[in-house]
Write a protein that binds this ligand. Structure first.
Ligand code: ZN
Length: 332
């Protein structure tokens, strides 16, 4: 797939070279009617991964379609990437970032037959394609999020959090690539599953302390006509919807996408990605998944592994986990 992208880039060069010899930018890809141009940044941000290209040299970021010239959001995206402690492993894995105006533009750019095609995500997505044992990883972020319930395009007011979350997925794929097992992500490993299971078992405190007072977002409610109510009100009185349920059962309702994903083979890719947001200092305001972030702030075992990967790209040493966690959780 790396070669494929190189060829696309060259095709873009040739087409532009013949058609628009004076306006041509060498680092431009036109595919299925969508134009992508790199790099995103200017002199203030240019030169470091992922904004390490030039007008004549491909780097690791592009802005595409109607996102072109959406400077503020592009910079927010780049700054979120720059804040990651794990940038080196992303860079070594060759992960490329794309800022599109909408999900539809991204879908059109790749085409429906592509492994990078996406028609379900809300504000961005990350995908890897493994060919001949080599994985190619791409991260897409959109200026406008696709609201599954209303069909509307919601302004992406969560640019920092979305970028950090998708970079967390990128790290997951990058570590798998680094380990020489590109289809075995650490987030779906025996060890990480054991750690999240321990975290869920350890949720001994009250539901109000665990889930907080925020109303579940659309992502957390699964986009129903009526959103789920907050677990607790601001006087810490638990809503009747949840009163007879355990914390694990409540988590399966208000954080289903994270702790109870479908299909189950996705366990726990999104816990991993969102723990990386928390490792990076938190989601900021507004928070796209406020109840989940309250829940994950109680996850000491899986967070210990996330911290180790975030800082060092390796799992924690055995017998270093917090009290109450598996001390030798198995293979990542
Ligand atoms: Zn995700």
């Amino acid at each position: 797939m790396k070669r494929f992208l190189t060829m696309l880039t060259l095709t873009g060069i040739l087409l532009l070279g013949f058609a628009l010899p004076h306006a041509a930018q060498a680092n431009t890809v036109i595919q299925n009617g969508i134009t992508c141009v790199g790099p995103i940044g200017d002199s203030a941000l240019n030169g470091t991964y992922p904004d390490d290209g030039s007008k004549t040299t491909a780097g690791h970021d592009y802005w595409c379609g109607t996102a072109i010239n959406q400077t503020t959001q592009a910079y927010q995206m780049l700054q979120s990437v720059s804040g990651l402690a794990d940038k080196t492993v992303l860079q070594t894995a060759g992960i490329t970032y794309y800022l599109f105006g909408t999900r539809a533009e991204e879908a059109q750019f790749w085409g429906t037959g592509s492994p990078f095609y996406d028609n379900v995500s809300y504000c961005g997505h990350t995908a890897a394609q493994v060919v001949g044992g080599v994985s190619t990883i791409k991260i897409a972020i959109w200026n406008a999020c696709s609201n599954k319930w209303t069909g509307a395009l919601d302004t992406n007011i969560w640019m920092n959090e979305v970028t950090s979350h998708e970079s967390g997925h990128g790290l997951d794929f990058a570590v798998a690539k680094q380990n020489g097992t590109p289809t075995a992500n650490p987030s779906t490993s025996t060890a990480f599953r054991a750690l999240v299971s321990a975290d869920l078992t350890n949720l001994a405190q009250t539901a109000c302390l665990t889930f907080g007072n925020s109303t579940p977002s659309g992502v957390e409610s699964g986009w129903p006509a009526t959103h789920l109510p907050a677990v607790c009100n601001f006087n810490n009185v638990e809503n009747a919807t949840y009163v007879k349920k355990s914390n694990v059962a409540i988590a399966a309702l208000v954080s289903a996408y994270f702790v109870n994903p479908s299909p189950a083979s996705l366990k726990y890719q999104d816990v991993w990605a969102q723990l990386m947001v928390l490792q990076g200092g938190g989601p900021g305001s507004p928070d796209i998944v406020p109840v989940t972030d309250s829940l994950l702030s109680n996850f000491k075992c899986s967070a210990w592994a996330a911290r180790s990967y975030y800082l060092f790209n390796v799992p924690p040493a055995v017998n270093t986990y917090p009290t109450g966690c598996p001390q030798n959780p198995g293979a990542f």
